[in-house]
Design a protein around this ligand. Structure first.
Ligand SMILES: O=C(O)CCC(=O)C(=O)O
Length: 286
């Protein structure tokens, strides 16, 4: 497997290289190593684990074996530390470069994934657009996700797995797999039978994984002793107007903040006034 990665720790300007952009289009994903510094990642994680608004608004998603994955999801990026990360120049420029820069980048939602030791459940094979189709976005090519690891993500603690190149299938059918939305198992099996590569995306804290909205991905339960927390921001271009989504964040151009804001900001935790998603009203789960 060819791994195209750039170490931002040794690079002045944090931006994706032409090679990384090419890898994203070919494979459906690309890893930007050290996209956030150890100091930034430590501040983010320390804030997240103490954040009462996050814990109050987190909910569990139960997997097929009964294990629970906790997450909190909100729409408007805000001025808190998570908003400063999602709105940072490096994130927005990276997304714009991958989505082709034809319209302003908007923030669909961010979520804090909390996969606790021994408890955190598995996620079924799915494409993010398998969920977002239900929001009636028309153009999957104008959407993507960025996962930033707050802890090292390893095979043992249930890192993401992807089927390389599967974004080229287009959207496959999705149904329900317990509380989750799951991709047509026959199509997934056929991808693997055809020789498409299943890749375990192990990340170091601070690494970012940019992935296409139609990339098939899943993860195992966290059976290890170590937490696996990660932050996932989903982006959309302003030109992709959904027909079944109440929040307008996804069509509101992001007000970009400098990369330095993460370390200089004083306002850090998420307030209770944020527009958190409640599981009961999530149209993607209906
Ligand atoms: O964090 C994980 O293990 C999986 C998350 C995921 O697949 C998603 O949010 O789409």
């Amino acid at each position: 497997m060819i791994v195209l990665q750039i170490d931002f720790k040794n690079s002045k300007k944090m931006q994706l290289t032409p090679h990384q952009i090419e890898a994203f289009h070919r494979d459906g994903y690309v890893i930007a190593k050290g996209f956030f510094t150890p100091q930034e990642t430590a501040k983010l994680y320390a804030t997240a684990i103490e954040d009462e608004a996050i814990s109050q608004h987190s909910y569990n998603v139960v997997d097929q074996s009964g294990k629970k994955s906790k997450l909190a999801l909100w729409f408007t990026p805000g001025d808190d530390i998570y908003g400063l990360m999602a709105r940072s120049e490096r994130m927005v420029n990276g997304v714009s470069a991958l989505l082709g820069g034809t319209a302003p980048v908007c923030h669909f939602h961010s979520k804090l994934m909390q996969k606790e030791p021994k408890v955190g459940g598995a996620w079924e094979w799915h494409q993010d657009y398998g969920y977002w189709y239900k929001n009636q976005f028309l153009f999957p090519e104008q959407m993507l996700s960025v996962m930033v690891a707050f802890n090292d993500a390893t095979i043992e603690n249930g890192c993401l797995q992807v089927i390389k190149g599967s974004h080229k299938l287009g959207r496959v059918n999705h149904g329900f797999a317990g509380e989750q939305v799951g991709a047509d198992a026959v199509m997934v099996e056929n991808c693997l039978k055809s020789g498409m590569e299943l890749v375990y995306v192990e990340l170091k804290a601070g690494d970012a994984l940019f992935f296409h909205s139609n990339l098939l991905h899943r993860s195992d339960a966290n059976l290890s002793e170590k937490s696996r927390w990660s932050f996932i921001s989903a982006y959309n271009l302003a030109s992709n107007v959904p027909f079944n989504e109440k929040s307008t964040a996804c069509i509101t151009p992001i007000s970009i903040v400098p990369d330095t804001a993460l370390l200089t900001a004083n306002l850090i935790g998420k307030g209770n006034t944020a527009d958190f998603l409640s599981k009961d009203t999530d149209v993607t789960l209906q």
